[in-house]
Design a protein around this ligand. Structure first.
Ligand code: MN
Ligand code: MN
Length: 405
């Protein structure tokens, strides 16, 4: 990219950010200077692609203060494990140190590609991003579950429940997995083929009541994990295997839920009150139109783990002791808000911003700054903030998750 082109691209970004910040960020190049007398130029070395992704790191709002941990990690910075049936990558506490309560995996299964039958200690929640898959599981009571999932569908497999995922036609699938522990490792799950391989054939023979000569032919586990297979047939015959289905479906159609709508966006909330199987992960799917903002709020029950699906965002996070920091997000980024910290998320792009918020909790809960102030005795509030009467009159007793209302 020549210098003229680069200046054009970057100044376009800076103008966009400046507009939304009310003029605190400057146009021109992305030099680390928020105005005359502040910061300076950056003689280099420079990485223009990274600079363009971080306008609010390079020129933070003047209200940012103190030190907060890193609250962003991109799946594009994660190692990809490639196998014959697809690929996988993960963001855990090893990549994003603050993320102790949740880890995430982004996985692609080609048509027919199978994520091997397995289980793990952590519960698994998933959001389908692209295509279709067939998922299977059984529960401890010997009831089974087989269903197909498409874009916007969720699944939830409780801790220790064995399951599989297989890409369907025409082009398999891509999905986000969320685990209720930051220490999860997608490379450390209990694999069916592994167990067969590491159990004496005589023991397998005794277990299944058959001659030992019938065992010992299990493929090397390194050839499974995510492996190539034919696209399965219709769902019906696969379902007939179960004598009895699980009482609470492990699937939920999140996108089919009627959202909370405001003038500037939508919010769909899915927790165990909508999706009873999902006991340890609560979620919200948020859409914010250009110029809109997920309002100032916080959560009284858990850390927030975010996944950015499309659009561009800026999140400001407020901690105790006057600490505040601003982060920029792109599609494929994971964002994080430590327990109880205040935050807002602005759409800084020209298209719809779409992201997921996940919580290690059976229920979703948030507190709205606006609603809190509206429901506080006015004299008490005024003793603190001395707000203009116009501000006092505009406070809303009803929660509006995406503003402008
Ligand atoms: Mn799993
Ligand atoms: Mn939030």
């Amino acid at each position: 990219m020549n210098s003229f082109h680069r200046r054009g691209v970057l100044s376009g970004l800076a103008v966009g950010a400046g507009g939304l910040l009310g003029g605190t960020a400057l146009a021109a190049d992305l030099e680390p200077s928020r105005g005359p007398g502040w910061g300076g130029t950056n003689p280099g070395p420079r990485n223009p692609a990274r600079e363009a992704e971080n306008p609010d790191m390079i020129n933070p709002p003047a209200t940012d203060h103190g030190t907060l941990p890193n609250l962003r990690f991109s799946f594009e910075d994660s190692h990809i494990r490639q196998e014959s049936g697809g690929w996988t990558r993960q963001i855990t506490e090893r990549e994003l140190g603050v993320s102790k309560s949740i880890a995430g995996v982004n996985m692609r299964l080609n048509a027919g590609g199978i994520r091997e039958l397995h289980w793990h200690k952590e519960a698994e929640w998933a959001f389908m991003l692209y295509g279709n898959a067939r998922i299977t599981a059984i529960d401890p009571q010997g009831r089974n579950f087989v269903d197909d999932v498409g874009v916007g569908d969720l699944w939830y497999f409780p801790s220790g429940i064995p399951h599989s995922i297989q890409g369907l036609g025409p082009d398999g699938c891509e999905f986000l997995l969320v685990f209720d522990s930051g220490g999860f490792d997608e490379d450390s799950t209990f694999l069916l083929s592994d167990w067969f391989k590491h159990t004496p054939t005589e023991v397998l023979a005794k277990n299944f009541g058959l001659p030992a000569s019938l065992f010992g032919h299990t493929p090397d586990p390194s050839s499974l994990y995510i492996f190539k297979a034919p696209v399965p047939g219709p769902l019906g015959p696969d379902r007939l295997l179960g004598a009895e289905p699980v009482p609470q479906s492990f699937k939920h159609r999140m996108l089919a839920q009627e959202p909370i709508r405001t003038k500037s966006g939508t919010v769909r909330i899915t927790d165990s009150s909508h999706f009873p199987a999902s006991k340890t992960i609560a979620a919200a799917l948020v859409e914010v139109e250009p110029g809109g903002m997920r309002e100032l709020h916080w959560h009284p029950n858990a850390d927030e783990w975010q996944y950015y699906i499309e659009g561009k965002a800026r999140m400001g996070v407020f901690a105790t002791s006057g600490q505040a920091r601003t982060f920029d997000y792109q599609p494929g980024d994971v964002g994080y808000v430590p327990f109880a910290m205040g935050h807002y998320i602005e759409n800084t792009g020209t298209t719809t911003l779409r992201f997921l918020e996940m919580f290690k909790s059976s229920y979703y809960a948030d507190l709205s700054l606006n609603q809190w102030l509206a429901l506080t005795p006015p004299d008490l509030l005024q003793a603190h903030l001395r707000l203009d009467p116009e501000v006092m009159g505009a406070l809303r007793k009803e929660k509006v998750p995406v503003v402008p209302a």
